[in-house]
Every structure is written in structure tokens, then in C-alpha cells.
Design a protein around this ligand. Structure first.
Ligand SMILES: Cc1cc2nc3c(=O)[nH]c(=O)nc-3n(C[C@H](O)[C@H](O)[C@H](O)COP(=O)(O)O)c2cc1C
Length: 186
């Protein structure tokens, strides 16, 4: 079965990201074409990158890196749920991405973002990063507004209209995850 990791990209106390990632997970798990697992960065307790060798060598010295690498290696594709901090993604998500290399290669990725203009600037940065990691970033994305999809900027009340784009994005992530399987098998 194709496995898709839904990465919760914010670690801040009181984060909005948790409700967003749970909403994505709840809709995704109604599908039968893949397995979906919520991956909370908080569970991996990654410090700022503390490996001596470049991640592209795949020789990880730290137990926290190995645990993170094992989890990411277990997936065929990803949905990254990202906040927008200063017109980019969160430092926590960027750091978690930077820890690894081969575990991301030849896998699909789709994005769900949130912010005052839907977090779209964070996703544009993540698409550049995906290119360097040899990830296939799908076109469809979900952009949630802090103004209209959250009550008082903090209680997640998603507009029903986001379910369609989320479904299309998941369709694309699953399709490309399957299509890239021969490359991952090499
Ligand atoms: C350090 C920081 C920088 C932010 N910068 C932006 C920004 O550039 N654009 C934006 O739309 N929202 C920005 N925000 C608002 C966040 O999008 C909003 O607080 C969101 O809920 C953060 O995600 P989180 O609650 O999951 O941490 C910023 C928030 C923080 C904490």
C-alpha cells in the first residue's frame, strides 16, 4: 500500500497547525488508495542540525537523525502542512527537511498552508526546496486564510470549499507517489 506522511510543520505552543493537519488527516483517511499517517515534528525533538557529514551521504551519527530518517524513509509521498512565518515556511520544518536527503528523493509532495494570504509565500519557498531534494511537487494546493478559515485567528473553521482542492491535491500526490516507485526501487 502506498504510504503518505502528513507532516505537521509547526511546533509552536498554541499552534494552529495541529488543527489543520488533523483536518487533512481526517479527510485523507477516508480514501482507500493509500495509507496516511500524521507526522508531528514535536515527536522527533530535532535540535538545530547537528550532523557532521552532509545529509546527501546518508551517514547519520545522531539517534534523533536516525529515528527521523527511518520515519521519512517509510513513506512514498508527503503532504507538508506549513504556516507562513516572515513570508516563508517555519524554521522547524526547514530544519527537519535539512536533516535528510535520500529519504526525500523521488517522492511526491503536496502542500497545505495557512496565513494572512493563505500561506502561499511559504509554499513557493518549499517548492524551491523540493526541487533540490528531487521531490515531485504537485500543482494543486490548499491555501487557508487566517481571516476566513479561523475564528479569532485561532479556532480552525475551514470553508467547505477547501475540500475540493484538498481532494485534488491528494489525488495528485498519490498518483505521483505510485508513478515514481520504479525510480525509488533502483
Ligand atoms: C514568527 C512569525 C512570523 C509570521 N509571519 C507571517 C507572515 O509573514 N505572513 C503571514 O501571513 N502570517 C505570518 N505570521 C502569522 C502566522 O501565519 C500565524 O500565526 C499562524 O497561525 C502560524 O502558524 P502556527 O500557529 O501553526 O504556528 C507569523 C507568525 C509568526 C509566529
Amino acid at each position: 500500500m502506498t504510504r503518505i506522511g502528513i507532516i505537521l510543520g509547526s511546533t509552536r505552543p498554541g499552534r494552529n497547525g495541529e488543527a489543520v493537519a488533523r483536518w487533512v488527516h481526517q479527510i485523507a483517511t477516508q480514501r482507500t488508495d493509500a495509507e496516511f499517517e500524521l507526522v508531528d515534528l514535536l515527536d522527533y525533538k530535532l535540535p538545530h542540525l547537528d550532523e557532521t557529514l552532509p545529509p546527501s551521504l546518508g551517514q547519520y551519527a545522531q539517534p534523533h537523525t536516525r529515528a527521523w530518517a527511518d520515519k521519512i524513509a517509510s513513506f512514498d509521498g508527503f503532504v507538508m502542512v506549513t504556516p507562513e512565518y516572515n513570508h516563508s515556511t517555519s524554521g522547524a520544518l526547514k530544519n527537519a527537511i535539512d536533516f535528510l536527503y535520500g529519504e526525500w528523493n523521488n517522492k511526491a509532495v503536496g502542500f497545505v498552508s495557512y496565513g494572512s494570504v493563505g500561506g502561499t509565500r511559504a509554499v513557493e519557498h518549499l517548492r524551491l526546496i523540493a526541487g533540490e531534494l528531487q521531490m515531485a511537487d504537485v500543482r494543486a494546493q490548499v491555501a487557508l486564510s487566517l481571516l476566513t478559515d479561523f475564528k479569532d485567528y485561532s479556532v480552525f473553521t475551514p470553508n467547505e470549499g477547501h475540500v475540493g482542492p484538498l481532494t485534488t491535491m491528494l489525488d495528485q500526490v498519490v498518483a505521483w507517489s505510485v508513478a515514481l516507485a520504479p525510480l525509488r526501487a533502483r
